[in-house]
Design a protein around this ligand. Structure first.
Ligand code: SAM
Length: 308
């Protein structure tokens, strides 16, 4: 489906081809062009849906953080399995929601009529009409947006936002943390994080969550508000809501450890399969060790395009 307000190109066969790497399915185009290095199979779509339900708990069922009174046009960058975009479209039937992703087949077949899903590479300049969106949403694109692209990606988001429109960005910093100092270099979770970040050095920026506020301000957004929320890996928090979030996040993290790092570690770092499996299974065991009080920092940032 093509929205009347987008000049994004029609679907091309090259975006549909997939390849298997060590049992997981990847988009051939993304691998060839080093765009998105995450699997695109059913397993990943299911995990993204689970992760969306976890975010829903973290954000107290709020999909949209900025105070927007009349939501008419929304862009979701890298919609993945479509969970956020579908919820926004269903809850706002008069709103035109456009989702863009490099891979078109992770979303369910049935989507709301006011949701238009399109294929495009967000590493290239946007092809929408300028000054169009009330809200642009970008969640978990660190493994897909090129390191050098971030400033112009955010400038593009601003250009295609309405005057007075908003951007909402969410990124996880996959460097495992613990405030009680119990995680050290001997832990597989720490080794997983450092291998993953190192594997992407030069092409992707896994620390981008920590820079969102600076990037939004540099692009000229105002009313910028940023927050770091610790996302517990297991049910260790005392607070019952956070304990429930941690409990839900255990399965997600166990699956994420394998899916996010398979290509980066085995293909980019050329880690032998046996070493990869050894790190993953030790890290998966540590996820459930509540004494570690492990979390990933989750960064949330909003900003507003000034009115002229
Ligand atoms: C980790 S998933 C997140 C999906 C969704 N935003 C969510 O929060 O559930 C990242 C998605 O972004 C897409 N993606 C990554 N890099 C992209 C790029 N350069 N252009 C378009 N889509 C991209 C991937 O194909 C994948 O569907």
């Amino acid at each position: 489906m093509t929205s009347p307000n987008s000049q994004t190109e029609e679907l091309d066969d090259e975006y549909l081809r997939t390849i298997f790497i060590q049992g997981r399915e990847y988009q051939q185009y993304s691998i060839d062009n080093q765009v998105s290095l995450e699997p695109v199979d059913e397993d990943e779509a299911e995990r993204l849906e689970l992760q969306h339900r976890i975010f829903s708990r973290v954000f107290d069922s709020r999909l949209i953080f900025p105070p927007i009174r009349h939501l008419r046009t929304v862009l979701d960058c890298g919609y993945g399995a479509g969970s956020w975009a579908i919820d926004v479209a269903e809850q706002n039937p008069d709103c035109e929601v456009i989702g863009v992703d490099i891979y078109p087949h992770m979303n369910p077949d049935d989507t709301p009529e006011n949701l238009w899903l399109q294929v495009d590479d967000l590493n290239r300049p946007f092809t929408f009409s300028s000054n169009y969106f009330d809200l642009v949403h970008s969640r978990l694109l660190a493994a897909g947006i090129n390191r050098a692209r971030w400033p112009s990606y955010i400038r593009d988001i601003k250009r295609f936002s309405l005057d007075g429109g908003w951007v909402q960005m969410v990124e996880i910093y996959f460097n495992v943390q613990s405030d009680n100092g119990s995680i050290n270099d001997g832990h597989a979770l720490r080794q997983w994080s450092s291998h993953l970040i190192r594997s992407m050095e030069g092409i992707k920026d896994f620390r981008v969550g920590t820079r969102l506020k600076t990037l939004l301000i540099a692009a000229g957004f105002t009313e910028v508000d940023a927050k770091m929320i610790p996302l517990p890996l297991s049910a260790w928090p005392d607070n019952p809501t956070n304990r429930r979030i941690g409990a839900m996040n255990t399965e997600n993290t166990i699956r994420l450890l394998a899916s996010l790092s398979l290509y980066p570690l085995t293909q980019r770092l050329r880690m032998p399969q046996s070493q990869y499996h050894e790190i993953i299974s030790r890290a998966q065991e540590e996820v459930d060790d509540q004494s570690l009080k492990a979390y990933f920092p989750l960064y949330v940032c909003i900003g507003r395009k000034p009115r002229h």
